[in-house]
Design a protein around this ligand. Structure first.
Ligand SMILES: *Cc1c(COP(=O)(O)O)cnc(C)c1O
Length: 386
């Protein structure tokens, strides 16, 4: 117990895929060269393949929020009426960005842990004719909840509104069929299921959304999506790209393609299922009971225990970083991530550690009972008769 390996168990940044990390060392490379254009083009082509779309995909040097802001500043105009679904801290980010740019935001707010339903979106669209956009998270990382994007996107289909989906932790953890469901803009970020460090974001953009770009009157300069898309087609970006991250992304995308994007989703979903089973076994409640997603499992601390004690326990005893709740959820919940480069061996350890931490903080559990729940999910998925 004297050696503690550092383990990153948060829903972003997530653990790094080692070959991607090593690829970053080759980054003394100039971006206006044929060598780099190849890397850039491979990233864009592979991103489209992994996302399952023929729509344009535009990479940006930014964290995910930069791409969220770019979708607003490039595809909307001052005073546009939009519906903003707010189910947690990231929904609040949509609210903040749309308001900062002077959009007329109709906010559909639900309690933390709940989700906005397709019926609520339909009702809001009927009450707000002329709505130009609907903003939502696929996975609301702050609460662990996942939205029914298929039904919501389809509910919007008959209107003029474009559907702007923050898929930053939805990609790689839940199916998101861009063209079939009608997702006009899907946003992703490098430090989530893509297994590489923060600093790159991207957007897929439908033809319906591109028409909005032509009409948009909001100020934009660095994040100019039309300009970026034009340059991306030629393997270039408007400004100096994050060359090291692009090298990493190319490697990570190769890996994701090799296992299959559907299997990446299945992996996260199995780990989430196992974690949910372990929580139930340990007498712990999920924070988002009705719609838990597979990116991250948010679990309520036992009554009378601050979730910070659990977060601290992981750090001090095992060198591991897990996420506390954000905002008013801080102290109430802790969050265990599944997206990207996580496997069952990680989850066995995470739950074994959790059992010890709970006991150390006065919550009695039977040693091994949570771990056994994770093992049963593995055994069932792997066809082992346990
Ligand atoms: C991580 C995350 C973001 C982006 O946050 P950044 O810190 O800007 O990368 C946006 N939405 C969701 C749902 C996220 O999980």
């Amino acid at each position: 117990m004297h050696i503690k390996k550092q383990r990153l168990l948060t829903p972003g940044p997530t653990p790094l895929y080692p070959p991607a990390l090593h690829a970053m060392m080759a980054s003394d490379l100039h971006h206006r060269t044929e060598d780099f254009r190849k890397v850039y083009q491979a990233c864009v082509t592979d991103l489209k393949e992994v996302l399952g779309t023929s729509y344009d995909v535009v990479p940006l040097v930014a964290s995910g929020s930069g791409a969220m802001e770019a979708s607003v500043s490039n595809l909307f105009s001052k005073g546009d009426k939009v519906i903003v679904c707010v189910a947690g801290k990231f929904g609040e980010r949509w609210e903040g960005i749309t308001k900062a740019y002077g959009l007329d935001s109709v906010v559909l707010r639900v309690e933390y842990g709940q989700v906005v339903t397709p019926a609520q979106v339909k009702e809001a669209l009927a009450a707000n004719p002329g709505t130009k956009g609907v903003f939502i998270q696929a996975s609301e990382t702050s609460t662990g909840a996942s939205h029914d994007i298929e039904s919501i996107a389809k509910a919007v289909a008959a209107t003029d509104a474009i559907r702007v989906v923050d898929g930053i932790t939805g990609i790689g953890t839940q199916p998101l069929k861009i063209e079939e469901w009608g997702i006009d803009v899907l946003i992703g970020g490098s430090q989530k299921a893509f297994m590489i460090p923060p600093g790159l974001a991207f957007l897929s953009i439908s033809p319906k959304a591109w028409k909005r770009a032509d009409a948009s009157d909001l100020p934009k300069y660095y994040f100019n999506l039309k300009k970026e898309a034009k340059n991306a087609a030629a393997g270039e970006s408007s400004w100096t790209p994050a060359t090291s991250l692009m090298l990493a992304l190319a490697k990570a995308l190769e890996y994701i393609k090799s296992i299959g994007p559907d299997k990446l989703i299945e992996n996260a979903q199995l780990l989430a299922k196992a974690t949910q089973a372990a929580a139930a076994e340990l007498g712990l409640e999920l924070f988002s009971k009705d719609s838990p997603g597979a990116a991250v499992t948010a679990i309520k601390a036992p009554a009378g225990m601050d979730s910070g004690a659990i977060v601290k326990g992981y750090k001090q005893r095992f060198g591991a970083i897990i996420a506390n709740g954000q905002g008013t959820m801080k102290g109430q919940i802790f969050r265990i991530a599944h997206l990207g480069y996580f496997d069952f061996a990680d989850m066995f350890a995470v739950i074994a550690a959790l059992e010890l931490i709970l006991i150390a903080n006065g919550h009695k559990v039977k040693l091994g009972s949570g771990v056994a729940a994770v093992q049963r999910v593995y055994a069932e998925a792997a066809g082992i008769q346990a």
